[in-house]
Structure formats: structure tokens, C-alpha cells
Design a protein around this ligand. Structure first.
Ligand SMILES: CC(=O)SCCNC(=O)CCNC(=O)[C@H](O)C(C)(C)COP(=O)(O)OP(=O)(O)OC[C@H]1O[C@@H](n2cnc3c(N)ncnc32)[C@H](O)[C@@H]1OP(=O)(O)O
Ligand SMILES: O=C([O-])CC(=O)C(=O)O
Length: 371
């Protein structure tokens, strides 16, 4: 038996959804650089689910299905009112998504059609859950989703109650495109492991949210902003980063298991952060981020990952820091559910082995003889 810590380099499944080959990321064979410039998030979700870009009538149908399914049950909203106001937002999302299954009569219908519909429903409802939670904890009225607008626009609207401006909608939409899928990342693997037991799609997405929450994965975007807040100003960057490096502490938003020469998504977010800084007339977060990158890449050779510049982008969009990882979940719900559908289509239980390193030839000792 050979073991590989963290399953590094192990190919655990085949998949036709996204690929990372020689540092190039594609969704269904289309380069992320092209999708980032040209596609909307809804087109990308369709691409991930159905394996091709939608034509106009297919896209219209998807938009109408997303709108029709975006409201969440009153019972789930009522439950959210009982969550502690200071609860972790990813814990709230994980709990609420699990609750959604209780009110979906088709939750345990394992037919393909029912699962595709549930994928669309989860994609539509997750933004509503996050916005509702964000408002409830501030004692504000929950805002119902609008129909006929994009997921990005709807989310910003449900969060604030105001019509978001075009720049904000386009920036969030592009961020959603960039985060939608990423081969066999930890949360997607968690989703696939869960549904490979033939458990339901809600269980798969709930597992995935739990895995995304951690700071080594999606939780890093919030941790990056916590770091920027802690540093406070451009003048403090150098001493802060050098100290972290000297103490061999991790700099959040840097490094990647698969990309060793840079994450192709980061440059799009860096560009977006710069543009948002210019538009808002506040370059502070962008300038600090650039300086951190210069030092970390210069001294350690580590490059920023998708989480690094998304932090300053979302801050420029006035999104509260603890909603950064939930926003990642809005986007990745498309990838998770595409992978869940793919797993069901060609399922086998996922059950690797562990190399045992514990004691051997031990005997049961009666309790009165134990030290
Ligand atoms: C959407 C996403 O999930 S993207 C990733 C988001 N996570 C983060 O940004 C958290 C910070 N980054 C990390 O912790 C890691 O780079 C991970 C978790 C992303 C990848 O981890 P692994 O592939 O297991 O790499 P590992 O942690 O073994 O790092 C290899 C070496 O680089 C160093 N290293 C890796 N990332 C960092 C970092 N962010 N800061 C400082 N050093 C780092 C490690 O200390 C290690 O050094 P060593 O060989 O001297 O011990
Ligand atoms: O692939 C990974 O390990 C993490 C990542 O970048 C993602 O999930 O987007």
C-alpha cells in the first residue's frame, strides 16, 4: 500500500466538466480567459450542467426556471430568524441548505430529471438564503427575489434593497464565472463522495458547503480581507509580510495544490480590483494587495490564487467580509451540482483505504486494571 498525504497527484475520477492541464483551466473545454471576458454566469451554469453553451431560447428557459425557483420556504426563513445573530455565515448557509431539503417533496427522487431540476433550484435558492440571513441578523426585513434579472443582480438587490449599479452587477457576475468550477477541488470531492453513496443532492451540496468553509479552501477569501484589515495601510505591508514569512506562517490567498506557476483566474480578479479601486477612488486595498504579492512572490515564489484579489473586489463592492465565502458558494453551486449529476450518471461508491499506523496485538484490559 502506498499513501499520498492529502491525495496529492492522485487521479480519483474521470470528469468531462472542467480541466486543469498545463496550468490552463477550461470549463467543458473552453478556456476560462475567454469565458471571463465573454460569458455570463447563467451561460456558464448551463454549460457546466448540460455540456454545451445554451442557445438564446435555452438560456431564456434557464433564466425563467431560475427566477421561478428562487424563493425559499417561509419555514426556512423562520428558522433563520432563530439562528444566533453572530453565527458564522457559512455555518448558517450549510444549515439552511440542509433545511431546504425538508421542504422539497422531490428531495429523495433520484430520477435524472428531478435531480437536474433540484440543481437549478439549489442554484436559484442559495443566493436568496445568503441575502436573507444577512438581513435577518441586522434586524431588517427579508427581501424577496426579483424575477427577470441575473443571479448577480438579484443577490445584490436582495442584500441591500437597492437597484445595484451596472459596474457592481458586471463585476459580481464575472467573479461568479471565475469561481464556478475547478475540477476535483476539496468541496467538489466532498460532494461527490457524499452522493456516491446514492445519498441525495442536498446532502451532497451540504457536505460541499462544509468543505468550502475552511480557510485552506474557500474560506481563504475572508481570511485575506481579515489580513488586509489587520495590516491597515500600505506602509505596514512590508513589515507584516516579512514577519509572517520569517515565522513560516501562511499568507492567505497564496499557493495552490495544482497551480505552481499561478492561478489563471487571479489576473482577472487583479484587473477587476484595480478597476473597482479606480472607480471608487480608493486604491488602498488594491495597492496593499499588489505590494503583498510583490513580496510573497519575490521571496517565496508563491503566486496569488483565486481567493486573493476577490477579497479586495468584494470589499470595493461593499459586501461584508463574512459573505465572501458564501458568495463563492453561490458560484460553486453550479460546479458542485454538475459534478453530482455526473457522479450519479456513472456511479461507484468512493471508498479509499487508510494505511494503519496504530498499535497492534493489543488486548482488552478490564476497566479496573487500567492505569
Ligand atoms: C479556492 C481555493 O481553495 S484556493 C486555495 C485557498 N487557500 C489559501 O489561500 C490558503 C493558503 N494556502 C495554502 O494553505 C496552501 O497553499 C494550499 C492549502 C492552497 C495548498 O496546500 P498544499 O498543496 O498542501 O501545499 P503545502 O501547504 O504543503 O505547501 C507547500 C509549501 O509551500 C508553503 N506554502 C504554501 N502555501 C503557502 C502560503 N499561502 N503562505 C506561505 N507558505 C505557503 C508551505 O509552507 C510549504 O512549505 P515547506 O515545503 O517549506 O513546508
Ligand atoms: O482546486 C482547488 O484545490 C481549490 C480551488 O482553486 C478552487 O476550488 O477553486
Amino acid at each position: 500500500m502506498t499513501t499520498t498525504k492529502g491525495l496529492e497527484g492522485i487521479v480519483a475520477t474521470t470528469s468531462s466538466i472542467s480541466s486543469i492541464i498545463d496550468g490552463i483551466l477550461t470549463y467543458r473545454g473552453i478556456d476560462i480567459d475567454e469565458l471571463a471576458e465573454k460569458a455570463t454566469f447563467e451561460e456558464v451554469a448551463y454549460l457546466l450542467w448540460y455540456g454545451k453553451l445554451p442557445n438564446q431560447s435555452e438560456l431564456d428557459q434557464l433564466l425563467s426556471d431560475l427566477s421561478a425557483n428562487s424563493a425559499i420556504p417561509t419555514a426556512v426563513i423562520d428558522q433563520m430568524r432563530l439562528y444566533p445573530k453572530d453565527t458564522n455565515s457559512m455555518a448558517a448557509l450549510r444549515t439552511a441548505v440542509s433545511s431546504l431539503s425538508l421542504y422539497d417533496l422531490s428531495a429523495n427522487d433520484m430520477s435524472r430529471d428531478a435531480n437536474v431540476l433540484k440543481a437549478i433550484k439549489l442554484q436559484a435558492q442559495i443566493p436568496t438564503v445568503i441575502a436573507a440571513f444577512a438581513r435577518i441578523r441586522e434586524g431588517k426585513e427579508v427581501i424577496s427575489p426579483k424575477s427577470g434579472v441575473s443571479i448577480a443582480e438579484n443577490f445584490l438587490y436582495m442584500l441591500t434593497g437597492d437597484k445595484p449599479d451596472k459596474v457592481a452587477i458586471e463585476a459580481l457576475d464575472k467573479a461568479l464565472v471565475l469561481h464556478a468550477d475547478h475540477e476535483l477541488n476539496a468541496s467538489t470531492f466532498a460532494a461527490r463522495v457524499t452522493v456516491a453513496t446514492l445519498s441525495d443532492i442536498y446532502s451532497g451540496v451540504t457536505s460541499a458547503i462544509g468543505a468550502l468553509k475552511g480557510p485552506l479552501h474557500g474560506g481563504a477569501n475572508e481570511a485575506v480581507m481579515a489580513m488586509l484589515d489587520e495590516i491597515g495601510s500600505l506602509d505596514n505591508v512590508e513589515s507584516y509580510v516579512n514577519k509572517k514569512l520569517e515565522n513560516k506562517e501562511k499568507l492567505m490567498g497564496f499557493g495552490h495544490r495544482v497551480y505552481k506557476n499561478g492561478d489563471p483566474r487571479a489576473k482577472h480578479l487583479e484587473k477587476m480590483s484595480r478597476a473597482l479601486g479606480e472607480i471608487t477612488g480608493n486604491m488602498k486595498w488594491y495597492d496593499m494587495s499588489i505590494k503583498i504579492e510583490e513580496i510573497v512572490t519575490g521571496k517565496k515564489g508563491l503566486r496569488p490564487n483565486v481567493d486573493f484579489y476577490s477579497a479586495s473586489c468584494y470589499t470595493y463592492l461593499k459586501i461584508p467580509r463574512d459573505l465572501f465565502t458564501p458568495i463563492f458558494a453561490i458560484s460553486r453551486a453550479s460546479g458542485w451540482t454538475a459534478h453530482i449529476l455526473e457522479q450519479y450518471d456513472n456511479n461507484r461508491l468512493i471508498r479509499p483505504r487508510a494505511e494503519y499506523t496504530g498499535p497492534v496485538n493489543q488486548s482488552y484490559v478490564p476497566i479496573d486494571q487500567r492505569s
